[in-house]
Design a protein around this ligand. Sequence first.
Ligand code: HMG
Ligand code: MG
Length: 300
Amino acid sequence: AMPNRVKIVEVGPRDGLQNEKVLVPADTKVELIRRLAAAGLRSIEATSFVSPKWVPQMGDNAEVLGRVLAGSASGVDYPVLTPNLKGFEAALAAGAREVAVFGAASESFSQKNINCSIAESLARFRPVTEAAQAAGVRVRGYVSCVVGCPYEGEIDPVKVAEVAETLISMGCYEVSLGDTIGSGNPTSVQRMLEAVMKRVAVARLAGHYHDTYGMAVANIHASLQMGVAVFDASIGGLGGCPYAAGASGNVATEDVVWLLHGMGIETGVDLDGLVDIAAWISAQLGREPASRVARAVLAK
Ligand code: HMG
Ligand code: MG
């Protein structure tokens, strides 16, 4: 059944900014995260503890997370990506209370993104989830390429279900299903969800849909109909993935909130506040806000 309340996980500061060519100053990142919390977002992915050789844009991870936590409002979670134990230890030292491990349902994407096979990645996540449990840190899991892969094309939903189930069995409280290249449509997304829901309860699933072909809002609607009640989104539609050529940003947070509020579904997030933030961060990056909702609201 359709949820009457949805949780939005804001991923703009990480998924959005990781793909910017020009280094965004830490001050701007911290201010962006502060504004997002003030607009009512209660889970904001702040940065990633990955190799700065691979993703230079996230090289200021410890500074950004430390400053965000020092000034944070209570009741807001600031998850960070940790691909391995080295990343987890750095995140913990910076004060992280929630981390995310990120795997894939495609072997080629796993190799390009994190330089190992799917099986090797899962073996690296296990010590992370164990160390996190010992430290009282929550762990979220991601599966990338849940419908399509930039290198392999269509992905078997059964593979997605297997990886998602393994992440849950390791102790992830939720698995976010990534349509990394935005190639999904309501039919392929529902087919994928059907397979995953045979192995993982829908209450533990989130949708993470990139909007490359403009289908993300339709895919969210299709997922809502199957009971998914958590969606990742990126303010202003910022972003992409450095290891998925041609992938554009996540669905814009303001587009998702417009859809949900219009359908009478609560989010706890202030739409006008989001539109102001989308305009502000886009100006910082030297462009106009890309999302349809931001442009429409600002034109009024
Ligand atoms: P590797 O080269 O295989 O790692 O990279 P390694 O263990 O062989 O170590 C090599 C060097 O990296 C060593 O340093 C390590 O210390 C260092 P050196 O001795 O050469 O000086 N190193 C690290 N440094 C900092 N933090 C770490 C870390 N680990 C090792 N955590 C690794 C493996 C995973 C580190 C690398 O491939 C990497 O950082 N990849 C980046 C992946 C990434 O950030 N991708 C984008 C995010 S995922 C995404 O966007 C998808 C998502 O949004 C969902 C969706 O849309 O589908 C989540
Ligand atoms: Mg993503």
